[in-house]
Ligand binder design. Structure first.
Ligand code: ACO
Length: 393
């Protein structure tokens, strides 16, 4: 057994995957064999999910069938709505509501136990892993939007099967048919964050299915892992920071105050990337295109200027650790630009990443090995039992 411990599992290879390759030194991301830059701006989200689930892009007919399948599974039951209505009434955060909604998604089953053992993993109907994967991708936007409508005191809308995945999500949130520019902006975002190696939430999902548990359990756990600000919870605070800087017009002062106060600048730094996150470049281009046509163009100028101020200040602050822009920085600007409310930034990350999580679960199940690392005991030894009434404080 190894004598060294690695609390964050940094650099430890825990799986072989065909889904994505994250090169943290070169700042390159390959998804299903395609450079991110190639995929993000061209693919529909449905094509990206198909690519991850099947290992290749669909033909036109396959894409049409896959779109129809996904669209047919977008609805949630009244029981799931009740859970979300209650979560909204109690003021539960959106990620907590999403966790509850995903967990309750198994209420849609016609009954029966869900387990992976002895289930044909290639079946796309019924309650096997592949069917669950498609249903999870289909329902997450509905769960998020239903919660949001209740939060705003509005009735949820019925999903529209004539709209693609991204357009339907925006429609469910706002009740209006989105513009092609907003749909393309959101779709580029969804493609960009769909898959990113064995990050904390993906590792969580793989660990859950490695016990031969089911995909709904795995994705519920992954939502919990994504919620934290060190993982998917950063873009909301990024937007607040950018709005404050835009209003006050003193980026240098803002950055200095935060760093001198020992705070972290949200949207910068990454466990794997030592250069600018390649997703930041893709999202920055998409946001630039979007803001060029919007009345908020001067806000985007602030965003770009702030990035270089922050990167310079971080280089001075931590000369031994390269802290560059991560994906969450431009996520904030892009999602705000397409009209996703700030409270839904992290759930919208999940709307995309559920595709990657599910694909990882399927990959894990194809050649499963129970995930079970070991710990090194550093506690006391040789203690003798003392009855409770003889113990001091
Ligand atoms: N601002 C200021 N200082 C920072 C930042 C930051 N954004 N990021 C790291 N540092 C500092 C740390 O304080 C630490 O300093 P210390 O050695 O004096 O304690 C040093 O740099 C190294 O930081 P670690 O925490 O060891 O780096 P790690 O690899 O664990 O963290 C993380 C990566 C969590 C993303 C970190 O950079 C961070 O907190 N960033 C801000 C939050 C954020 O943007 N999260 C989204 C990440 S992207 C994603 O998960 C999808």
């Amino acid at each position: 057994m190894s004598e060294t411990t690695n609390p964050g599992l940094e650099g430890v290879i825990v799986a072989e995957t065909e889904l994505s390759d994250v090169d943290g030194e070169a700042g390159e991301l390959i998804i299903g064999g395609y450079p991110l830059e190639e995929l993000a701006a061209n693919a529909s989200y449905e094509e990206s999910v198909f690519l991850l689930f099947k290992g290749r892009l669909p033909t036109a007919d396959e894409l049409e069938t896959f779109r129809t399948d996904l669209a047919a599974r977008r609805r949630i039951t009244e029981e799931v709505r009740q859970v979300l209505r209650r979560a909204a009434a109690d003021g539960a955060p959106a990620m907590d509501a999403l966790r509850m909604g995903v967990a309750a998604a198994s209420l849609e089953d016609e009954g029966g136990e869900r387990e992976n053992a002895d289930v044909d993993t290639t079946a796309e109907t019924g309650s096997g892993p592949r069917a669950d994967a498609i249903r999870l991708v289909a329902v997450v936007p509905t769960v998020v939007a239903t919660y949001w409508r209740y939060r705003r005191g509005e009735e949820p809308l019925e999903p529209r099967s004539d709209l693609n995945h991204a357009a339907n999500y925006l429609y469910l949130l706002t009740g209006e048919e989105p513009t092609p520019a907003d749909v393309r902006g959101l779709e580029t975002y969804l493609n960009t964050v769909i898959e990113h190696g064995v990050n904390a939430s993906t590792f969580t999902a793989r660990t859950v299915v490695s016990t031969d548990s089911d995909l709904i359990s795995a994705i519920t756990a992954a939502v919990g892992a994504l919620k934290g600000p060190l993982h998917g919870g950063a873009p909301g605070p990024v937007l607040e920071m950018l709005r404050e800087v835009h209003e006050e017009g003193d980026p240098e002062g803002y950055v200095r105050e935060k760093l001198e106060g020992g705070e972290r600048l949200m949207g910068f730094g990454h466990r794997v990337y030592r250069v600018r996150d390649p997703r930041a470049a893709v999202l920055s281009d998409a946001a630039e295109r979007l803001y060029a046509q919007s009345a908020d163009a001067d806000f985007f100028e602030t965003v770009q200027a702030f990035e270089s101020t922050a990167v310079d200040a971080l280089a001075e602050h931590k000369p031994d650790r390269r802290l560059e822009t991560n994906v969450e920085f431009y996520t904030a600007a892009l999602l705000d630009g397409v009209g996703v409310p700030q409270e839904l930034f992290t759930p919208t990350f999940a709307v995309s990443r559920v595709g990657g999580w599910s694909a990882h679960c399927l990959e894990q199940l194809e050649d499963n090995r129970l995930v079970r690392p070991v710990s090194r005991y550093v506690g006391e030894t040789g203690r003798t039992w003392t009855p409770v009434d003889e113990r001091g404080v």
